[in-house]
Design a protein around this ligand. Structure first.
Ligand SMILES: NC(=O)c1ccc[n+]([C@@H]2O[C@H](COP(=O)([O-])OP(=O)(O)OC[C@H]3O[C@@H](n4cnc5c(N)ncnc54)[C@H](OP(=O)(O)O)[C@@H]3O)[C@@H](O)[C@H]2O)c1
Length: 339
């Protein structure tokens, strides 16, 4: 395939060559876009040594192999139309510190961060119409520099009416849906409340949907969150087109159905685990404050208790920076949360 003709195409800078940044950069290259990738200076040699960008698609056929984009170690916005921020929350302030106080006219910042706090954070710095959100629906891990693996179908949901942004991934194999407003991001946050449960118990997504103690914990975490979200009048849209009551019935009493649906609908693979599992295992900071912690903040704002999500946040925070953490068995976590 020739990847040379990017004349007239928007220029895209992907910030962060981790699991999401590498995967999105590869699909953008497959869409024959003009892509630059901002990497850490200390990783330059390893990234230069990689000959191409690769995304392995477990269970989904052949790997995607494309030429690597131009690599940069300094953030330079000259000529950039879309800046995709693909870092974790702990690094977001560092990225904002590298940005100028006024963005180049016509440039759009695109957040791919999980949770719902990154976009308001960016909009406090820049005009709302220069900031868009992408909800990343796939699950990815970085295997080595410029080499990631996805364990679900490649799918993103873009909260924007900008046709140029919506068309960036055309013909790349990345499924793109459009949304308007935060409901999808809140729905994804509800799914991501499971990440901490897996991190504390060192379990996979399959375990979460098949082990009865984990299913009971997840339903309780969700019940608390959904009550608060509904009490606050926030719209949310679950990734499955089901009302919440039915969704929780499925989690609690659906037998093999939840795992079967996750496999067939999202292409979820048996070994797939949320990245918080790897963060806790590696002693790194997690995004629990921006996920379950968001529910705790919502409770605080409404003067309502959040014992389950608070308990989960406290445990993950205890585990951070202490590898190997003292993982709990699912039954022990259930007992600890009083369920
Ligand atoms: N992975 C998934 O499956 C998935 C799915 C949905 C959503 N998300 C969300 O997407 C976001 C990114 O997640 P991720 O899994 O891709 O994280 P990740 O694998 O940790 O990748 C982030 C990368 O950004 C780099 N970075 C941080 N600050 C930087 C800077 N100022 N300049 C250049 N590079 C910088 C990091 O380098 P260092 O490691 O050296 O700091 C790291 O390589 C998170 O909010 C996550 O919740 C992830």
């Amino acid at each position: 395939m020739a990847y040379l003709n990017t004349v007239g195409k928007p220029n895209i800078l992907v910030v962060g060559a981790g699991a999401v940044g590498t995967t999105l950069a590869a699909y953008l290259m497959a869409a024959r876009q003009s892509v630059r990738l901002l990497i850490r200076e200390r990783h330059t040699a390893e990234f230069q040594a990689a000959s191409q960008l690769t995304v392995d698609r477990i269970g989904g056929g052949e790997s995607l192999r494309v030429p690597k984009p131009e690599l940069f170690t300094k953030l330079d916005l000259t000529g950039i139309d879309f800046l995709l921020i693909c870092v974790k929350h702990a690094a977001l302030d560092g990225v904002i510190a590298q940005l100028p106080s006024t963005l180049p006219p016509g440039m759009t910042l695109v957040s791919t961060l999980n949770g719902i706090s990154a976009v308001p954070r960016l909009r406090r710095c820049y005009p709302a119409d220069q900031v868009s959100n992408v909800t990343v629906m796939f699950n990815a891990q970085l295997l080595s520099p410029l080499h990631s693996q996805i364990t679900t179908k490649p799918q993103i949901i873009i909260d924007s009416g900008d046709s140029k942004l919506l068309e960036l991934f055309n013909n790349s194999g990345m499924e793109v849906k459009r949304t308007n407003g935060e409901a999808i991001a809140w729905g994804k946050l509800l799914l991501n409340l499971a990440n901490a449960v897996c991190a504390i118990t060192h379990t996979t997504a399959k375990d979460l949907l098949t082990v009865p103690d984990l299913r009971a914990i997840y339903a309780a975490v969700l019940d608390e969150a959904v009550d608060l979200i509904e009490h606050a009048g926030i719209s949310y849209q679950l990734p499955l087109p089901l009302p919440y009551k039915l969704f929780r019935q499925l989690i609690l009493h659906g037998g093999p159905l939840p795992w079967w649906i996750a496999r067939v609908r999202n292409g979820l693979q048996a070994g797939s685990y949320p990245s918080m599992v790897a963060d806790v295992e590696g002693g790194r900071a997690t995004e629990v404050n921006q996920l379950n912690g968001e529910i705790v903040s919502l409770g605080r704002a409404q003067n309502l208790p959040t014992p389950i999500n608070s308990g989960i946040v406290d445990l993950v925070r205890e585990f951070e920076g202490k590898p190997p953490p003292p993982y709990l068995k699912p039954a022990a976590l259930r007992a600890r949360l009083g369920l």
